[in-house]
Design a protein around this ligand. Structure first.
Ligand code: ADP
Length: 609
């Protein structure tokens, strides 16, 4: 749990809050916002006009009662009533229109905010995805993004209307007595303070419990997502995870309910003050009417005006508290948007050298993950010549995948340099550089798209030309699998969408390989590419591998020595250090770690024959 200091609501900075919220809404939906602004003014003024007409009607009727022919005032009264009816109708229509515009505005802003969130989610460094506080920021921004913009729109609309109405009512009330105006205003303040206090408390609660909320969400996901369904049943995890979910939610619910309880109590107390002030002023106007200082129409008008006025004041003050809460959300949102990726293009990026002939060198590379204690790579040197195939061998956790991530510039090394034909990787635009590399990671993605699209996403800059997609599938051995599917390359894979077909892991792996072959890159990196392939499929792939590469260079990571043997050079990595390098035969002659690992595997196979 992390408690952050909350910014206080300062009236000096309030206009910034309002401007910021308004700019967000205006920027995304200028047309609807314009219409809404007009409606705000109309809806702000009309209730005051209605109030004044009520006074005119009552006064005219009262005068009528004192004249010899009361019916003589009827035409006048009827005109007022018609005007009042027109105003009432206009208010209803304007309200409906305002609902429509607010809804349109809100959906546009909500989708716009999601779009900004998505853009930023892919722009930030991979590193942020491994950082808990990033997840908290993202989670808060995501959690609130669907409803918060709607609230901001509504708060602004309400506030605008209430301010305009209050100005009208204030003219009426102050014309009667400025002391009463002041008393009514003062009486509304405690209620507003209560809202403000609880808005802060609620926000702090949510901020402190983001991680618990995410944990609960995680258990919910494990319990309901298909990818966990097998293990959850097999290990009988259902009850344990349900209990954990329930406990977390119980705590969250109790905390929120507790706050709500205190808020209701404090709210009720503050309302007592409002009621006392309001009814004391009623007594005052009744007294003034009896003394003949004001007319009966005035009595009715002031009576309604006080009631409306205090309502407007309360609504404005609580909109301010609401806007304060919205501002805290916006702060979160902008905090997330303000995250600047470290890995980005230099101002004048150097063009990536000629497509095929690249020599890549890692020189004295040191690297550790953010927050990690150990050096994952410690002084690594490695060379990949154009058209060469190299292999990385080492135990789990020795740093092989990390090396690939550095090559793709998903991270930058802490020390040392990676160069391409002598030019530092950091001189290129990372997006341009990544186009040069095709990677199949161990945890490649199963896209719930059609089989054809699953291959095409390997290089979306190319047109989804079927002949090229099929050629890539041929090279990886995926073509026969796809042809067996009901709709061939059009068949949806996975089970998220209609007609989706699930594949075996080995079949998915061949699709992922096809994706890598489809990409027009100069280097292919395969991290455990055949771990799920059967031995025949693997042998088939590597028999042909040099042809498949068509002159490109490749980096292979594999625990299977049958695969590794065909590399021009093998690097043995151990605890982040390169300890051996050479061809298969050279390394066997060296009789070091590689030879030991090779013999262990060979003996294992022989023993099990
Ligand atoms: P290999 O591919 O050789 O199995 P990796 O390069 O994936 O090994 O991992 C090397 C070490 O770095 C491991 O000890 C692992 O715990 C650590 N590591 C890997 N990825 C991360 C990460 N995203 N954040 C922190 N540590 C990581």
């Amino acid at each position: 749990m992390n408690s952050h200091p909350l910014p206080p609501l300062k009236f000096s900075t309030l206009h910034q809050t309002l401007i910021r919220a308004f700019k967000l809404v205006w920027g995304m939906a200028p047309g609807w916002t314009g219409i809404n602004l007009v409606l705000v003014v109309v809806l702000g003024i009309l209730p005051i006009a209605a109030l004044y007409l009520t006074k005119l009607i009552v006064d005219t009727v009262t005068v009528g009662l004192t004249v010899p022919e009361p019916e003589s005032v009827l035409p006048q009264v009827i005109i007022y009533i018609i005007v009042a009816a027109v105003i009432a109708l206009s208010i209803t229509i304007a309200r409906s229109l305002s609902e429509l515009t607010s809804e349109a505005q809100s959906t546009i802003v909500t989708d716009g905010v999601s779009d900004i969130l998505h853009a930023q989610s892919i722009a930030v460094d991979l590193e942020y995805y491994e950082d808990t506080s990033y997840y908290d920021t993202l989670h808060r921004a995501q959690q609130e993004a669907p409803y918060r913009p709607t609230r901001i729109v509504n708060s602004l609309v309400q506030m605008g209307q209430n301010v305009i109405s209050l100005l009208g009512v204030a003219v009426l009330i102050l014309s009667f007595s400025w002391v009463i105006g002041f008393v009514l205003f003062a009486a509304a303040i405690p209620a507003a303070m209560v809202r403000y206090y609880f808005a802060r408390a609620r926000y702090r609660f949510e901020q402190d419990h983001t991680e618990n909320e995410r944990q609960a969400w995680y258990y919910h996901w494990v319990l309901t997502d298909s990818s966990h369904a097998k293990e959850v049943r097999l290990f009988n995890l259902g009850t344990i995870f349900r209990d954990r979910f329930r406990d977390l939610r119980d705590d969250l619910r109790k905390g929120r309910l507790n706050l709500a309880r205190y808020r209701t109590l404090s709210d009720s107390i503050s309302q007592v003050i409002v009621v006392i002030a309001l009814f004391s002023t009623f007594a005052l106007i009744a007294y003034s009417t009896l003394k003949g200082e004001i007319t009966v129409g005035d009595l009715v008008m002031y009576f309604l005006a006080f009631q409306l006025g205090i309502g407007f004041i309360q609504a404005i003050l609580s909109s301010l508290a609401g806007l304060y809460e919205d501002n805290l959300f916006l702060t979160n949102f902008y905090q997330f948007l303000d995250l600047r990726p470290q890995i980005r293009s230099p101002d004048n990026p150097v063009p990536v050298p000629d497509p095929i002939h690249k020599k890549i060198e890692f020189r004295e590379i040191w690297f550790s993950y953010k927050g990690g204690v150990k050096d994952v790579l410690a002084g690594v040197n490695l060379t990949l010549n154009p058209g060469e195939v190299i292999a990385l061998v080492g135990e789990n956790g020795s740093g092989k995948t990390t090396l690939i991530k550095l090559l793709c510039r998903l991270y930058d090394p802490n020390a040392g340099s990676i160069t391409v034909n002598g030019i530092d990787l950091r001189s290129f635009d990372p997006v341009a550089w990544r186009k040069e590399i095709s990677v199949v990671f161990q945890d490649y993605v199963h896209y719930h798209l059609s089989a054809g699209e699953n291959i095409w996403v390997g290089d979306v800059e190319q047109a989804p030309e079927p002949s090229r997609i099929i050629a890539a599938a041929h090279r990886s051995g995926a073509d026969p699998i796809i042809n067996r599917l009901p709709e061939g390359y059009q068949t949806n894979l996975g089970h998220w969408f209609a007609g989706g077909q699930e594949l075996s892991e080995g079949e998915w792996q061949k699709i992922a390989l096809a994706r890598a072959f489809f990409r027009n890159s100069s280097i292919i990196v395969l991290d455990e590419p055949t771990s799920s392939l059967d031995p025949l499929a693997e042998a088939e792939l590597f028999r042909n591998f040099r042809n498949l590469l068509e002159g490109r260079s490749a980096v292979l990571i594999s625990h299977r020595f049958s695969t590794v043997q065909m590399a021009d050079r093998i690097y043995v990595i151990d605890g982040g250090r390169m300890i051996e390098q050479g061809s298969h035969q050279e390394l066997l002659r060296l009789n070091g770690k590689y030879a030991r690992l090779f013999r262990t595997q060979a003996e294992h196979y022989q023993r099990n024959q």
